[in-house]
Design a protein around this ligand. Structure first.
Ligand SMILES: Cc1cc2nc3c(=O)[nH]c(=O)nc-3n(C[C@H](O)[C@H](O)[C@H](O)COP(=O)(O)O)c2cc1C
Length: 270
C-alpha cells in the first residue's frame, strides 16, 4: 500500500472491538518501532504494555488492553525525534489494520511512566492503544472528534509558503512537492492544532512551528514539537513516494517570521 494512502486512511481510533491482537502482530509492530529511526538520531526505547497488568487507564479509550509506549532521554529535540519515529510505527500499524491514537494527556500518566520505568532524565511523550477498530465509534469518541474538529485540516495555502511568509503557495505551484506537503497537511497533531508552517525556497523546504504557549509545560516541554516531528516524517514519506531524496538539515535560513513562529528544521532536495 502506498504511504500516501495509509496517511489518508489513518484516523485516531478510540473505540476498539474487544478482540485481543495476536501476539505475533503486536510483536511485529514493536519490532518495527524499534527499527524506526529519526533524523535527529535520538534512540527511543519501546515496550508493549497491558492495561490490566500495568494498571493503565485512559478515559477516552475502550475495547483494548494493549498499549505501545516509547521513552527517550530528555535531550534537545527529543520531542521532534519521538514524533517522527512514533508516527512511523502508527502508520505501520495502520497498514496492518491495527488502530492507534496518539495519547499524551488523557491517561493515568504515572502508571504508564511506572510501567516504562521512566528515569528522571527521561521522558515518555506519548502512548497509543493497539487493537482492531470497532464498527461504530462510542458516543464519547464522536463528541470528542466533533469538539476538536478532528475531520478537518487547515487549507494548503494557510500552511505552505513560497519563498517567504508573505506569499502563500498553491498546490499547483508546488509541483512535485504537492504530495509531500499534502501529507504534512493531513498529519495528526495535539488537539488538531496543526502548528506546522512550511516555506519552500528553491531546493530547500523549511519547517517552522506556530507556537502556542498553552502547550508548553512549566519545565519547558513543548508537546507541539512532537507534532513537528510528525510533519517531518510525513513530508519525508511523501517525498520518497515522489522519487525525491531529501537531506535533513538544521540551518535556519533567517527568514522574517510572523509572531510566535520559529524555525525547526529543513530538508534539502536532491
Ligand atoms: C502529540 C499528540 C498528542 C495527542 N494527545 C491526545 C490525547 O491525550 N487524547 C486524545 O484523545 N487524543 C490525542 N491526540 C489525537 C489528536 O486529537 C488527533 O490526532 C487529532 O484530533 C486529529 O484527528 P485524527 O488523528 O483522527 O486525524 C494527540 C495527537 C498528537 C499528535
Amino acid at each position: 500500500m502506498k504511504k500516501s494512502d495509509i496517511i489518508r486512511k489513518r484516523r485516531s481510533v478510540r473505540t476498539f472491538d474487544g478482540k485481543a491482537l495476536p501476539l505475533a502482530q503486536a510483536d511485529r509492530i514493536l519490532e518495527f518501532a524499534e527499527s524506526a529511526a529519526n533524523p535527529y538520531g535520538i534512540p527511543i526505547e519501546w515496550k508493549l504494555l497491558d492495561a490490566e497488568r500495568d494498571g493503565l487507564r485512559s478515559p477516552v479509550i475502550v475495547g483494548t488492553n494493549l498499549w505501545i509506549a516509547g521513552k527517550a532521554k530528555r535531550v534537545r529535540h527529543a520531542a521532534e525525534a519521538f514524533g517522527y519515529s512514533f508516527e512511523k510505527a502508527v502508520l505501520f500499524a495502520e497498514e496492518m489494520g491495527v488502530g492507534t491514537t496518539w495519547i499524551a494527556g488523557t491517561m493515568n500518566r504515572s502508571a504508564f511512566e511506572n510501567a516504562m520505568a521512566v528515569a528522571a532524565d527521561e521522558v515518555l511523550p506519548c502512548v497509543s492503544p493497539l487493537g482492531y477498530p470497532a464498527k461504530k465509534m462510542s458516543f464519547r469518541e464522536l463528541m470528542m472528534r466533533k469538539g476538536i474538529k478532528a475531520n478537518t485540516r487547515k487549507e494548503f495555502k494557510e500552511i505552505c509558503f513560497d519563498g517567504d511568509f508573505n506569499t502563500p503557495l498553491s498546490p499547483k505551484k508546488a509541483g512535485k512537492l504537492r504530495l509531500p506537503l499534502e501529507m504534512v497537511r493531513l498529519a495528526p497533531s495535539a488537539v488538531n492544532r496543526q502548528p506546522w508552517r512550511i516555506v519552500v525556497q528553491g531546493d530547500r523546504v523549511h519547517f517552522y512551528q506556530k507556537s502556542d504557549k498553552r502547550f508548553v509545560a512549566a519545565d519547558g516541554w513543548d508537546i507541539q514539537r512532537i507534532d513537528m516531528g510528525i510533519a517531518l516524517c510525513h513530508f519525508a514519506l511523501g517525498a520518497e513516494e515522489e522519487g525525491l531524496s531529501v537531506i535533513f538539515l538544521q540551518e535556519d535560513p533567517a527568514l522574517a517570521v510572523p509572531e510566535d513562529v520559529f524555525y525547526v528544521a529543513s530538508y534539502a532536495l536532491s
